[in-house]
Design a protein around this ligand. Structure first.
Ligand SMILES: Nc1nc2c(ncn2[C@@H]2O[C@H](COP(=O)(O)OP(=O)(O)OP(=O)(O)O)[C@@H](O)[C@H]2O)c(=O)[nH]1
Ligand SMILES: [Mg+2]
Length: 303
């Protein structure tokens, strides 16, 4: 896994699609014979602003240096019925896992979750019609053309939500934080009660020259997908990890059945979102030292 320590990152950018080019108002003219007929062409359309998710972009750092992203304006229509050139599109590459929000309303415009996702964020202005287009049976010489459509700039917030490579999940008190403290230098709070962890802890796990980031999240309970416990917010976070490490208390010391625990957490993941339930999962059966664990282990493996 790549050595990247990915945290929620947030930047503000201004975008603007291109204005449409004005239509041309002109008349054909020959030597000695001016204004023979309308020949003004249409203006070109303005370029659109697109956002695309790319696996080759790791963070939002570049947006701190460049914050304005404007597409090209359409060119004005020409004489001789020539169309104006369309403005160039602006394509903004963001890392996979970026949420695009409208800065004014704070509403989510799109979620760039898959590599290659491409969304049109702002459509370019329409080019104006040249005077040729206003010719009718009764109006042979329209002496006007349409203006191109003007566009307004918008402010967007880009938020990178991938927090880690591995998300450590499971019921409260099963030993998630303990595990993180053993595999990384992180020193999360560990205690023998539920919801010791209130916000995600991140730890860098070093393996020879490689390293990856693991996130220990607050315990999940039944109904987490509907907001029970602390679950809801954190399910959103782990949606943006590459894989899950599912910790199960195999001792059943709290009176629950480990197999049921495992099933319930998975049901919450599916209820919350499809991508989450599709993440690869490794099961870690913890508290093997406690009396009764061995028997449960056999039953768990069987099922
Ligand atoms: N016997 C035994 N106890 C363990 C083991 N792993 C963790 N514990 C204990 O279990 C309790 C809970 O551990 P935590 O690591 O805080 O559990 P958690 O899953 O992070 O809990 P929440 O943050 O509340 O969801 C602590 O008292 C740990 O010392 C284990 O392998 N065996
Ligand atoms: Mg914890």
């Amino acid at each position: 896994m790549p050595d990247k320590n990915i945290f929620t990152d947030k930047v503000k950018i201004t975008i603007k699609s291109g204005d449409g080019g004005d239509g041309m108002n002109s008349f054909k003219s020959y030597k000695g014979k001016p204004a023979c007929g309308p020949d003004g062409g249409d203006g070109g359309n303005g370029g659109g602003v697109y956002i695309t998710a790319s696996g080759s972009v790791g963070d939002l750092l570049s947006f701190r240096y460049t914050s304005k992203y404007f597409a090209g304006n359409g060119e004005r229509g020409g004489t001789n019925k020539c169309f104006g050139k369309s403005g160039a599109d602006m394509i903004i590459k963001v890392p996979v896992g970026t949420v695009v929000k409208d800065a004014e309303t704070d509403t989510v415009i799109c979620d760039m979750f898959e590599d290659g996702d491409k969304k049109l964020i702002a459509e370019g202005g329409r080019g104006g019609k040249g005077n040729v287009r206003f010719t009718t049976a009764r109006r042979h010489a329209p002496n006007f053309a349409q203006k191109g459509e003007k566009t307004e700039p918008h402010t967007l917030i880009l938020e990178l939500k991938v927090i880690a490579d591995v998300g450590i999940i499971g019921f409260p008190n099963v030993g998630k934080s303990t595990l993180l403290s053993k595999i990384s230098a992180a020193r999360p709070k560990i205690a023998n009660y539920h919801f010791t962890t209130l916000s995600p802890n991140l730890g860098v796990v070093k393996y020879y020259e490689n390293s990856f980031v693991a996130a220990d999240i607050p315990g999940l309970i039944e109904g987490a997908a509907d907001g029970a416990g602390l679950g809801h917010d954190f399910l959103r976070h782990i949606e943006r990890t590459r894989m899950l490490l599912h910790v199960v208390d195999i001792s059943g010391a709290e009176g629950r059945d480990p197999v049921e625990d495992f099933k319930k957490i998975n049901a919450e993941l599916s209820a919350y979102s499809k991508p989450l339930s599709k993440l690869p999962q490794i099961i870690a059966l913890n508290k093997c030292d406690v009396y009764g664990a061995e028997e449960n282990l056999k039953a768990f493996k069987k099922k």
